[in-house]
Write a protein that binds this ligand. Structure first.
Ligand SMILES: [Zn+2]
Length: 288
């Protein structure tokens, strides 16, 4: 009761979940002026980074200001209690990243793990922001997952987002992806392609062979970077890709083309391991 009186006097908003009635012995204030009553013991046990406080009274008066918004803290503090963690499924990307940054800052491992799981869902939509986050906090697995979405970008666009320790492997991986499809491979792929045909319709044949002629010109005559192949082959009308019975030969040839160019392409993880082994052996040579 006394706590409630104090609240109304101060006209301060108090968290719905972490209030005086739930018996917290430290009071935090969010950036938008909401108070959170949290048990110090839980913080000590579950996290490593909260501002230290010597206050242990059961009716605290000292208020510790935090820079996070109340919506973030409401989720974050739930990870300091032995209960089901909050459901993050419907969180917006921005709210999720705010929580993830706070979880990193205060070293709340369960919250970090939950956030990482959710962040993966946003990779196709926000790859650059996720690369920046994972680089800053050393989440290598997340970097490897997000890398394919950014690898074709010019280095000038992401040079300062790539973690410095990954710059060399990233550049080599990027270089490989932007190298031209080898002429020998292209020649094999287009060999005998004029014999492909649709089982039922002449106009399908006409359509596909016009496309293939264009693709051959781009890949064999002009030299097409591997990174542009998907865009090139995806320029086919989607309706034709659904003709799986009549246009089967063309569709299978196109799939084979995609696979043949992908085979032998190494991912970022490969270049990182290779870089480590080269640098490692260099160090050994230097020490001799
Ligand atoms: Zn057809």
């Amino acid at each position: 009761m006394s706590a409630e009186t104090a609240q109304s006097k101060d006209k301060k908003k108090v968290s719905r979940i972490f209030n005086a009635n739930t018996g917290g012995d430290i009071v935090f204030r969010s950036s938008d002026n909401v108070l959170f009553y949290v048990h110090q013991k839980n913080l000590e046990f579950m996290s490593e980074g909260f501002p230290p406080t010597s206050h242990t009274s059961t009716s605290p008066t000292e208020i510790v200001p935090l820079t996070e918004a109340s919506s973030t803290l409401e989720l974050l503090f739930q990870y300091t209690y032995h209960q089901m963690p909050p459901d993050l499924d419907n969180l917006s990307f921005q709210d999720l990243m705010d929580l993830a940054e706070a979880a990193e800052k205060y070293v709340l491992h369960y919250a970090r793990k939950s956030c990482l799981t959710q962040i993966k869902k946003f990779i196709p939509k926000y790859p650059l922001r996720i690369l920046s986050f994972s680089g800053e906090h050393g989440h290598d697995e997340l970097i490897y997952k997000v890398a394919p979405h950014l690898m074709a970008l010019p280095l000038s666009k992401i040079a300062y987002t790539i973690p410095p320790s990954l710059y060399i492997p990233w550049s080599l991986c990027h270089d490989q992806l932007n190298s031209e499809i080898p002429l020998e491979l292209a020649t094999i792929i287009f060999k005998g392609v004029e014999k492909l045909q649709c089982k039922s319709y002449n106009d399908h044949d006409t359509y596909w062979h016009r496309k293939i002629k264009l693709w051959k010109q781009r890949v064999v005559d002009e030299g097409c970077p591997r990174s542009q192949l998907d865009t090139l082959l995806d320029s086919v009308d989607q309706a034709y890709l659904k003709n799986i019975k009549c246009c089967k030969e063309f569709i299978e040839w196109r799939d084979m083309f995609k696979n043949a160019v992908t085979v032998g392409i190494a991912d970022l993880r490969y270049f990182v391991e290779k870089h480590k082994s080269i640098m490692g052996s260099k160090n050994i040579n230097h020490s001799k």
